[in-house]
Design a binder for this molecule. Structure first.
Ligand code: TA6
Length: 310
């Protein structure tokens, strides 16, 4: 007899099975999508089960760390504009087939709640999983299992665990494509990538070298490669520094669409480029991960805030 395992998706069923009191509960969010709300003594965060997508991270007493567009679309088959989209199994346009979705398919699929736990009695952890199916196989003919592990303490840890469950090796890229709220784009400087090589996506993909800390006065789309560096987003307007640590990542992508590109994106307000930027924990450009059958890789980032701009 065929049996089907009913996968709980309603907040009520998920709270019954996976709720963890005030520290981790499920509810309906925008677009009627089911979200998990995580709370620690130091911060709150929300995560959409659809797309395995961290939507918000707000340390107590701080402006939000993550940014989401007012024009974001919360619907199946769409990528949510903001937060931390999971970019996998390739970064950017598909290498050979422009009909395949840019930035892969993981950010447009329903993930499943796999487990929740309290690391201590006040630090919640949520584990979401995504596995190959007919759709993914039609786009990328490999078997895999992804597990996204989100842990909220006084910092936000996000780890994407990638497993090759197939019979042959595969190469993959990817990113935790993190969108940050800033006070004003003119007020911020990114430290940590000085003297690193990068591909300038806006200048014929030429390789250049970052000579100074990064500031913004135009569209910026740089893939820094061969870098394990921690970045510091210094925001003189908010009087804070956001620390962006990473692991299992050899690339960091820095992006701001500026005026023209912002106006071309339907899910991005024309003026919103002034209060956001992306620092993405990635494996992109020449940085590729090769996994043999049974092989595993963890791509992770840790976000934290300090009330200093020194
Ligand atoms: O991470 C930078 C980038 O590759 C930009 O080129 C821009 O396309 C951005 O990602 C957003 O891509 P999306 O497919 O989400 O619109």
């Amino acid at each position: 007899m065929a049996t089907t395992t009913l996968i709980p998706t309603s907040p009520e069923a998920l709270n019954e099975l996976f709720g963890r009191g005030q520290q981790l509960a499920f509810e309906k969010g925008q677009g009627d999508l089911t979200i998990a709300r995580l709370a620690s003594p130091h911060a709150e965060a929300t995560v959409s089960i659809y797309a395995g997508h961290v939507l918000s991270y707000v340390p107590t007493g701080q402006p939000p760390v993550l940014w989401v567009s007012e024009q974001a679309i919360y619907a199946e088959g769409k990528a949510i504009r903001g937060g931390v989209p999971v970019i996998w199994p390739w970064f950017g346009p598909h290498a050979s087939n422009p009909d395949k979705p840019s930035h892969g398919f993981a950010r447009k699929q329903y993930w499943e709640v796999h487990a929740t736990r309290l690391i201590t009695n006040q630090i919640p952890q949520l584990r979401l999983t995504l596995q190959d199916d007919a759709l993914s196989y039609s786009l990328w003919p490999h078997c895999f299992r992804l597990e996204l592990v989100i842990t909220l303490s006084d910092v936000l840890d996000i780890d994407l665990e990638i497993v090759n469950t197939g019979k042959g090796p595969f190469d993959c890229g990817g990113a935790l494509h993190t969108y940050f709220t800033v006070s004003q784009i003119e007020n911020v400087t990114i430290h940590g990538l000085k003297c690193r090589p990068y591909i300038d996506q806006l200048d014929n993909h030429q390789t250049k070298y970052q000579q100074t800390p990064i500031t913004f006065n135009a569209e910026t789309d740089n893939i820094y490669f061969n870098t394990k560096d921690t970045c510091r987003l210094v925001d003189r307007g908010f009087g804070r520094t956001v620390i962006v640590e990473k692991r299992g990542s050899s690339s960091t992508v820095v992006w701001n669409p500026w005026i023209d590109k912002a106006q071309r994106m339907a899910d991005f307000g024309d003026e919103e480029y002034k209060t956001m930027l992306c620092i993405e924990t990635a494996n992109a450009g020449p940085d590729v991960i090769t996994l043999n059958p049974g092989g595993e890789h963890r791509l992770g980032t840790t976000l934290g805030v300090i009330n200093s701009i020194s």
